[in-house]
Design a protein around this ligand. Sequence first.
Ligand code: NIG
Ligand code: FE
Length: 412
Amino acid sequence: MRLRVDNIARIVGMESRGRLRLCGEEMDRMESLDDAWLLAVDGRIAAFGHMTEERPAADRVVDAAGGMLFPSFCDSHTHLVYAGSREQEFLDKIHGLSYEEIARRGGGILNSADRLHAASEEELYDAAMRRVREIAAMGTGCVEIKSGYGLSTEDELKMLRVIRRIRETVPLEVRATFLGAHAVARAYAGRQAEYVDLVCREMLPAVAREGLADFVDVFCDEGFFTVEETARILGEAARYGLCPKIHANELAVSGGVQLGVRCGALSVDHLERIGAAEIEALRGSDTVPTMLPGAAFFLGMSYPPAREMIRAGLGVALASDYNPGSSPSGNMRMVMALASIRMRMTPTEALHAATLNGACALDLSRDFGSISVGKVANFFLTEPMPSFEFFTYAYQTPLIARTFLRGEEFVA
Ligand code: NIG
Ligand code: FE
């Protein structure tokens, strides 16, 4: 199947040098092509060129009608398999309770775990698929989905099987992360060490036996899991070949960033509370610092120091954290807008963070995250726009006109 797109005002997010992540000042340099066509063959990008040049033959030709072509977003951090919703806690927050206070009262993650326990695999799958279709229509082409609302072996497996089924049915590239250590299950209240034992001795081997996870994650933060507990879980997971991604430094200066770098984590995520020591630890490491401004926005927290991180030469990623408690949105355009408005990232930096660097945080940037010959043809076309920056500036205008995954049009 050969698909050609004609009349593209500008192709953005190109990467011709094969870099797997853009770091520091590189993040603000955009490689683009104006007045272009693009050819996808059998789901991969095969060629592009100027409209004035001769165009290769194709089975299907799409007219971009003067819109721009963007690489699809790579959302490297979501919890989009969940049951029900948590708007009662939204009201509690409006009335003054903090995320930690709600969690201490048995709400939060434990609330979602109760609902997930009561839901069938079918119900979970249907609800999650609605969210996956929603994010695909909003431009996402790769997505990571975590477990972590099961908190028992059986329910964690249930979540991961749902993720596997999603992966088998959608054209998006899906990665699964085992997050058994998201919170201490209700049944283990006051017995955190025993819960960590359960994660290590029962959950991890069961997850590995079925081959259900690509990565492992731990909520390493004040009131959740300590650095020591996290290190133990990651050590066990390494025996099964699961690479870590860590929830770090959301609620406190937890030491999670340094641990992630030491363990060779693919990414450390959240980072609302980091300073010079954490930035220093990340310099020169392959661990991708990943920011989730949708969560900082929804919870009214301070934002990560993105400018300092980029100035220090780091290659940062942006993800949605789509989940029912701290970020009930998977809209990566909104994430980019928050990055620009609240963290002073330029639209160019924000796009690279939401595409190539997000793919890198999933070890996918060889095949995804930019418009490069040989990569999977995941992209979207916009309405005509006066400039590239307009996309982030006019953040609510419905500008995404058509999306393509693996070289075929995706219709939600
Ligand atoms: O990334 N911080 C931990 N986990 C999620 C929130 C999960 C929830 O509240 O349901 C997060 O923000
Ligand atoms: Fe999260």
